[in-house]
Design a protein around this ligand. Structure first.
Ligand code: SF4
Ligand code: SF4
Length: 205
């Protein structure tokens, strides 16, 4: 553990913590038994959303608290909001891949109102080109859109940032689901399945 201590402000409270700590560790270190909005601690579940402003900077970034190390003078606020989605659908209701595009626009009609403001992309802690993903989906390029959202952790920040109440992460999830459902699988997965079928897969233990 680093012996260097830094001063940060978390949710309005001044906290001193080792520089090697993540924001969550620093908050715990200060005696807070926070568990809400905290999940895997591996940067995968997207629960620990924070707004971060570094010392001497006016820029505010959206990040994940478990993946952000504290720095001197940092200001941090945990973001808490419900995670509603008003989209409900069953993939089994889509008869074939030709229907995907019309179903998509029935399920996500608000997507066509995208202002191309970039708010969703700016808010994404995973660096995903979210706006582009929404545009691709709107054009029926579901495979490309699904691949673009592959690192999405469903933190909902893009949805919160959208002035048109579009839920880009759910658009991405729809693309990923339909990709898998209609067997448009990644080429490396198909290669592995073929190796299994031919009993050629090398298992290293
Ligand atoms: S696309 Fe949206 S939900 Fe997914 S990680 Fe980025 S901001 Fe979070
Ligand atoms: S925040 Fe909403 S309106 Fe703006 S670019 Fe993203 S999806 Fe479009």
């Amino acid at each position: 553990m680093s012996k260097t201590l830094v001063n940060v402000n978390i949710n309005g409270e001044q906290i001193e913590a080792p520089a090697s700590f993540s924001v969550i560790q620093a908050f715990w270190h200060a005696g807070h038994t926070r568990v809400e909005g905290i999940g895997c601690l591996e940067g995968v579940c997207g629960s620990c959303r924070i707004m971060v402003r570094k010392a001497n900077s006016k820029e505010v970034r959206m990040q994940l608290a478990c993946q952000t190390f504290v720095e001197e003078g940092m200001q941090i606020i945990f973001m808490e909001f419900p995670s509603p989605t008003h989209h409900s659908y069953q993939l089994t209701d889509i008869k074939n891949s030709w229907e995907v595009q019309s179903k998509f626009h029935q399920i996500f009609p608000e997507t066509s109102n995208c202002r191309k403001c970039g708010g969703c992309t700016e808010s994404c802690p995973k660096g995903i080109q979210v706006q582009h993903g929404v545009e691709l989906a709107g054009e029926g390029k579901f495979r490309e859109a699904g691949e673009l959202f592959i690192e999405c952790v469903m933190c909902n920040l893009c949805m919160t940032a959208c002035p048109e109440h579009i839920a880009p992460n759910h658009v991405g999830l729809f693309c990923r689901r339909t990709m898998a459902y209609f067997h448009i699988r990644p080429s490396n997965l198909i290669s592995r399945l073929e190796e299994i079928r031919k009993d050629e897969l090398q298992v290293i233990i």
